[in-house]
Structure formats: structure tokens, C-alpha cells
Write a protein that binds this ligand. Structure first.
Ligand SMILES: NC(=O)c1ccc[n+]([C@@H]2O[C@H](COP(=O)([O-])OP(=O)(O)OC[C@H]3O[C@@H](n4cnc5c(N)ncnc54)[C@H](OP(=O)(O)O)[C@@H]3O)[C@@H](O)[C@H]2O)c1
Length: 275
């Protein structure tokens, strides 16, 4: 990555995941600056990754800084009130990972001139296996998009959307998705325990099955549907289990994603009222 000055607002879980990814890509610690009120998290980041840490907002930013908003969504109006003058006086690119906050809400707080990218990473970013969806406003240039791409590809795979309205769907799928997969693991484990398998073995078998299948699907050019048909013999055990899943799973997936996306839209409206 070209020499960049990267500023984090917030030093929590998501900031840690992104900084860890950047450091593994040899982005120097001195070019990363972290702002948070208490020393608790930012102090730990400074010690572990050699980044610089500051309590309050920056007065002035170097040219071509990338500012990553990684504090809670509902705090955004108050925090951007503090940062507004600094951000408006430079040429910073503003990247928000705040769930459910639209780019229009951000420009309402910072002004239309500001270059804004929205990013929705997920928790596997903490181990470099994340899925991040990105949306850039029309005034964000190609080289700025490239910079953001490099930051988030440090913690997993990156997917650009051209319609911001679909960020709610991407959040419902990939942002909330790790929790769905964990629930699926729990359900498989509990069902196997009910049939008599001990819990430790049931948990390990469920985990390795989901992990191995995801790796197999990722390594294959075939679609999940094609792979599934390859392992399903008519009249066999898999066909018997699948017949039960098929009764409920697709409508459930549709309802779950619709509920999560709707909640994202509702939270965004709440922020609008608070702002
Ligand atoms: N975690 C995820 O999986 C995930 C996924 C996608 C998107 N996100 C988004 O990422 C953002 C951060 O989530 P998180 O899980 O990392 O939260 P978190 O662990 O609770 O961290 C929040 C951070 O914000 C800092 N903060 C509070 N007030 C501040 C202020 N006035 N100025 C600067 N920083 C301030 C806190 O400071 P202290 O250290 O002093 O407490 C803390 O470091 C949220 O907007 C969330 O929607 C998270």
C-alpha cells in the first residue's frame, strides 16, 4: 500500500481486527493513529501493534488521511460534532464501519464535500477470515477505493456494492451471518447429543463438518447445489435428512434475512431521530 496515514475513531473489537490485518500486511505502526476516550483499549493496541494512540480528536490531519469510524453507531452524531472541523478542513477519506448508518446520514453531519465509504465487515475479520461489503459515494475516486480495498482485504474478502440500499441485505447476510452459523452448530450438536453422542464429540464433529464443507465449497468451481447433489444418493441417509431440512430451511432463511434487514433499517431511522 502507498504511504497512508490511517486514523481510527474507536479502539474496540473492529478497530483491533483491522489494525491486526494491517500490521500483518506490513503497514507501519507509526502510520496508524487510534483515538478513544479511555486508555484501556487504545493503550493495548499501542503496546501490541506499535500504533500511536490519542485521547481526543485530532486538530489537523496529514494530506490523504483515511479516517475509519469504528465507534458505536448511536454515538456518531456526538463524535462527528467533535471531529467535524478537522475532517472538513482536510482531504480525508471517511470510512464508516457503523452498522446501519447511511452515507446520507454521514454527509448530513459532515457536509456533502466529504468522501465517504461505508464498510460492513464481520467478526471473522478478527482472524483474517472476514467478509466485508463496501459502498462508495459517487465523489470517491478510484485510488481512494483502492486504498479501502487494501485495508479490508487485510482481514478477509471484500465485495463492492453499487446500490447502498443493498447494504442492509449484505449486513443481514454477512454481518449477522456468523451468529446464524453458530446457531446452526449449536442445533446440530444438541441433536446429536439427544441421540446419545457425548457433547465434546458432537461439538467437534459439527464444527469440523461445517468447516470442512465450507472449505470444500470454497475450493470447488461447482455451486453448493451441485456439490450437494454429488453427495446425495437416492434413498440414502443424506437424502432422508435433507428431505426434513428442505421443508423449512429456505423459508426460514428468507424470514431471517428479512427480519435482520428490517431491523437495520429501523435502527437507522432511530439514529435519524436522535441526530
Ligand atoms: N464487532 C463487529 O463484529 C462489527 C461488525 C461490523 C460492524 N461493526 C461496527 O464497528 C463499530 C465498532 O464496533 P465494536 O464491536 O468494535 O465496538 P466496541 O468494541 O464497543 O468499541 C467501541 C470503541 O469506541 C470507542 N469510543 C467511545 N466513545 C468514543 C469517542 N467519543 N471517540 C472515540 N472513540 C470512542 C470506545 O472507547 P474506549 O476504548 O475508551 O471504551 C471503544 O474503543 C460499530 O459501529 C459497529 O456497528 C462491528
Amino acid at each position: 500500500m502507498t504511504e497512508q496515514h490511517i486514523v481510527f475513531i474507536g479502539a474496540g473489537n473492529m478497530a483491533r481486527a483491522l489494525i491486526s490485518g494491517m500490521r500483518q500486511r506490513d503497514i507501519p505502526g507509526e502510520s496508524i493513529q487510534v483515538h478513544a476516550p479511555s486508555t484501556l483499549h487504545r493503550g493495548a493496541l499501542a503496546e501490541e501493534f506499535g500504533v500511536r494512540s490519542r485521547p481526543a480528536q485530532a486538530e489537523k490531519l496529514p494530506e490523504n488521511s483515511v479516517v475509519i469510524y469504528a465507534a458505536k453507531p448511536k454515538q456518531m452524531p456526538a463524535i462527528l460534532q467533535e471531529w467535524g472541523d478537522t475532517l472538513r478542513s482536510g482531504s480525508a477519506l471517511f470510512v464508516s464501519v457503523a452498522a446501519g448508518v447511511s452515507s446520507t446520514q454521514i454527509t448530513a453531519l459532515l457536509g456533502e464535500e466529504i468522501s465517504v465509504v461505508r464498510a460492513m465487515p464481520n467478526t471473522p475479520s478478527q482472524i483474517g477470515a472476514g467478509a466485508t461489503t463496501l459502498f462508495a459515494r459517487a465523489n470517491v475516486g478510484a485510488s481512494q477505493c483502492d486504498t479501502v480495498q487494501q485495508i479490508f482485504s487485510g482481514v478477509g474478502k471484500v465485495f463492492w456494492l453499487h446500490d447502498e440500499a443493498l447494504m442492509d441485505t449484505a449486513t443481514a447476510l454477512a454481518g449477522s451471518g456468523p451468529a446464524y452459523v453458530l446457531l446452526f452448530l449449536e442445533a446440530l450438536e444438541d441433536a446429536a447429543v439427544l441421540q446419545g453422542l457425548d457433547r465434546i464429540t458432537a461439538r467437534a464433529l459439527a464444527l469440523q463438518t461445517v468447516l470442512g464443507t465450507a472449505q470444500m465449497a470454497a475450493a470447488s468451481p461447482a455451486s453448493p447445489s451441485e456439490l450437494r447433489h454429488q453427495v446425495t444418493s437416492p434413498g440414502g441417509t443424506t437424502a432422508a435428512g435433507l428431505a426434513v431440512w428442505e421443508e423449512q430451511l429456505r423459508p426460514l432463511a428468507q424470514r431471517a434475512l428479512a427480519a435482520a434487514a428490517e431491523r437495520g433499517r429501523a435502527l437507522s431511522q432511530l439514529l435519524k431521530k436522535d441526530a
